[in-house]
Design a protein around this ligand. Sequence first.
Ligand SMILES: [Mg+2]
Length: 150
Amino acid sequence: MIIAVDFDGTIVEHKYPKIGRPIPFAIETLLKLQKDGHVLLMWSVRTDELLQEAVDYCESKGLKFFAANKNYPEEDVSTASRKLNADLFIDDRNLGGLPDWGVIYHAIRAMERGETSFERIMMSSGENQRVRRKKNFFIRLGEMFERDGY
Ligand SMILES: [Mg+2]
């Protein structure tokens, strides 16, 4: 699959325009996905030097994306549409936030097996993780409502 991966808040903690601390197992999981044959694109709001800093950061950890903010290295972004032809996006702005990278890996493996329903994907990552994730989601939701004063 072609997988588009966000940087800030997904690979590192969100400290944009600085580079935050690494999110556990992000780089390791992405390397594993590459090894499994997936094509990884960086998909970030970063541009120019800030984008390059993110690319350099990942390369310093041994992770080389196929392209950053484009579909392939030679793509001319001045004329191409902004649409990225990815099969999947990994982004901390997803509904429910960013799952643990272990869950992400298992979910992708499940998708490859044709298990596309959310429930089955979560089940494939193990009962414990499923319960933990559910809890995390509602705790996060609770914190969000508290913070926003609901
Ligand atoms: Mg983000």
